[in-house]
Ligand binder design. Structure first.
Ligand code: GLN
Length: 495
C-alpha cells in the first residue's frame, strides 16, 4: 500500500495530506522506497538526499498539524541536476561539476521549498543539457521505463523518468530546444516549456541564455498548472524574467475548448516521421475536433525548415561563451598535474568536458569567430526573427498550434550516439518554439508499437492558460495519462 502512495497526483496527495489521511513522512517514505527499488534499473537519479527529505517531510507534517500549509506542503519532488541546490551537489551530469556544491538555491528551488515541497534529490541529464537521450551524461545513461533498452529522451531524461516511474510526484526540468517536452513525450507524461521570461532562471546553470527556460514535468495537466502557480513570476535576480502578474493557472482547467481555433502546421509532419506517430497525431487532432475545437489542417510555417540549422548556430555560440567560465579556477574540477597555469586550464577542459560538450564549444567558437560571425551567427539571428514573425502571424489566426512532440517514438540506447545529426533531429519539432520564445506543452497522446507518443500544443507568448485548457480537455477525454509504465523488474520487462 505505501508504495502506491507515490503514484498519486500532486492534487490528490495535497487533498489526502490536508485531511490527514496520510502523512508527509509516509508519502516521502513511499517515494523513497519506490525510488530505491526502481532506480537500480532506471538510473534516473544522480544524487538522492533521503535524510534531508525525511527531515523536510517531518517539518511538513508539523506545518500541516498547525494549519500552516502552502500549495505543495509535503509533496516529494525531484530537481534536474542543473539547478543549484544549497549544500547539495549540482553536477550538470558533468565531471567538471561532479563535486560542485552551490552555496545558494536557484530561485525555483527556493520557491518550491517556500511552498513546502520535499526535495528527494537531483536527476540525471545530458551533460550541461546538451542532448536528446540522457546518454551524454558523464555518469550513466537513464533508461526508459516503457522499454529499458530505449532512451527516455533528454536532456531532462532523469526528471521525466522519475515522474513516469513514480519515484516522485513531480519534477523540474529545463528546456533549451526541447529538453522538457521531448522526454515528457517519450515517457508519456506532461511537460511544459513556459514562455521565455515566465520563470526565473537564477541558479540554473546556463546553456544557451536566450533559449533556456525551466518548467514542470508532471503526471497530469492539473498538476502542471499547480506547479506553474508556484514557480512562475518575476525575480529581481533574473533580469529576463518579466514583471507581469501570474494568473492562477488552475483556473484554466475549468473551461472547455469549444470554438477555439487550432492550426496544424504541415511542416511539422516531417520526412522521416514514423507512421505510428502520424496516426496517433491524426487521431489526437480528431479528438480535439470532437471536443469542439475548430481545426485548420492547411497551415504552413515555411521557415520551420531553417530552425534546426539556426538553433545549432545560436545554441552552441551561446554555450561556448557560457562554458568559458569552467577554467579550473572559479568552479568545479581543476587538473592539478600541469606544468603551467595555461596547461592546467587546457587539461581541466580536456578531462572535465565530455565529447558532446566539446563539439558544441567548437561549433560555437567557430560560428562566432572573426570572419565567420556574419555568415553564421548574424544570419542565424536573422532567421530567428523570421521564425518569430511567422509564429506571430499564425497566432493572429489561431489560438494554438498542434504538432507531434517528436517525429519518432523513443529510440534504442546507442542507436544515435555515433551520428550527432540524427540525435539533433530528435528535437526538430520542439526547437523552433525556443527560437520564437513562445510556450509549448507536451501531453500523452497514445502509443505506437507499445511506445509513447506525445502531442505538442504551441501557444502565444504568455498564453500558457490556453495551452493548459486545451491539454486538460484532451486529457479528460482520453486515458493515456492513466497508463503506467510496467514496474521495472516485473515480468513485463522479462527478456
Ligand atoms: N537536444 C537539444 C540540444 O542538445 C536541446 C537540449 C535542451 O533543450 N537542453 O541542444
Amino acid at each position: 500500500m505505501t508504495e502506491e502512495l507515490s503514484r498519486l497526483s500532486v492534487r490528490k496527495a495535497v487533498g489526502l495530506l490536508g485531511s490527514r489521511q496520510i502523512s508527509a513522512v509516509e508519502l516521502t517514505t513511499a517515494a523513497l522506497e519506490r525510488l530505491h527499488q526502481a532506480d537500480s534499473l532506471l538510473h534516473a537519479m544522480v544524487t538522492v538526499t533521503a535524510d534531508d527529505a525525511l527531515a523536510q517531510a517531518s517539518e511538513a507534517d508539523r506545518a500541516i498539524g498547525s494549519g500552516r500549509t502552502s500549495a505543495l506542503t509535503g509533496i516529494p519532488v525531484v530537481i534536474k541536476d542543473n539547478m543549484c541546490t544549497r549544500g547539495v551537489r549540482t553536477t550538470c551530469s558533468s565531471r567538471m561539476l561532479e563535486n560542485f556544491v552551490p552555496p545558494f538555491d536557484a530561485t525555483v528551488v527556493a520557491r518550491l521549498k517556500g511552498a513546502g515541497a520535499v526535495i528527494l534529490g537531483k536527476a540525471n541529464m545530458d551533460e550541461f543539457a546538451m542532448g536528446s537521450s540522457t546518454e551524454h551524461s558523464a555518469f550513466f545513461p537513464t533508461h526508459n521505463p516503457w522499454d529499458l533498452s530505449r532512451v527516455p529522451g533528454g536532456s531532462s531524461g532523469g526528471s521525466a523518468v522519475a515522474v513516469a516511474a513514480d519515484e516522485c510526484l513531480f519534477s523540474l526540468g529545463s528546456d533549451t530546444g526541447g529538453s522538457i517536452r521531448q522526454p515528457a513525450g517519450f515517457c508519456s507524461i506532461v511537460g511544459l516549456k513556459p514562455t521565455y521570461g515566465r520563470v526565473s532562471r537564477y541558479g540554473l546553470v546556463a546553456f544557451a541564455s536566450s533559449l533556456d527556460q525551466i518548467g514542470p514535468l508532471t503526471k497530469d495537466v492539473g498538476d502542471c498548472a499547480l506547479v506553474m502557480n508556484v514557480i512562475a513570476g518575476h525575480d529581481p535576480c533574473d533580469s529576463t524574467s518579466v514583471a507581469d502578474s501570474v494568473p492562477d493557472y488552475t483556473r484554466s482547467l475549468e473551461r472547455d475548448i469549444r470554438g477555439l481555433r487550432l492550426g496544424v502546421p504541415r511542416e511539422y509532419f516531417v520526412a522521416g516521421m514514423q507512421a505510428g506517430v502520424e496516426a496517433a497525431m491524426r487521431a489526437a487532432v480528431a479528438r480535439l475536433e470532437e471536443l469542439g475545437a475548430i481545426i485548420d489542417w492547411d497551415v504552413s510555417l515555411p521557415h520551420t525548415r531553417y530552425a534546426l540549422a539556426a538553433y545549432y548556430i545560436i545554441a552552441p555560440s551561446e554555450a561556448s561563451a557560457n562554458l568559458a567560465r569552467y577554467d579550473g579556477v572559479k568552479y568545479g574540477y581543476c587538473h592539478m598535474d600541469a606544468g603551467s597555469v595555461w596547461q592546467a586550464m587546457e587539461r581541466t577542459r580536456q578531462f572535465g568536458f565530455g565529447p558532446e560538450v566539446k563539439r558544441r564549444i567548437m561549433l560555437g567558437t567557430y560560428a562566432l569567430s572573426a570572419g565567420y560571425y556574419e555568415a553564421y551567427y548574424l544570419k542565424a539571428q536573422k532567421v530567428r526573427t523570421l521564425i518569430r514573425r511567422e509564429f506571430d502571424a499564425a497566432f493572429q489566426k489561431y489560438d494554438a498550434l498542434v504538432t507531434p512532440t517528436s517525429p519518432t517514438v523513443p529510440f534504442r540506447i546507442g542507436e544515435r550516439l555515433d551520428d550527432p545529426v540524427q540525435m539533433y533531429l530528435a528535437d526538430v519539432c520542439t526547437l523552433p518554439i525556443n527560437i520564437a520564445g513562445v510556450p509549448a506543452i507536451s501531453v500523452p497522446a497514445g502509443f505506437a508499437g507499445g511506445l509513447p507518443v506525445g502531442m505538442q500544443l504551441i501557444g502565444k507568448p504568455f498564453g500558457e492558460e490556453v495551452l493548459l485548457r486545451i491539454a486538460h480537455s484532451y486529457e479528460q477525454a482520453t486515458s493515456w495519462h492513466n497508463m503506467k509504465a510496467p514496474a521495472p523488474g516485473s515480468l513485463d520487462h522479462a527478456g
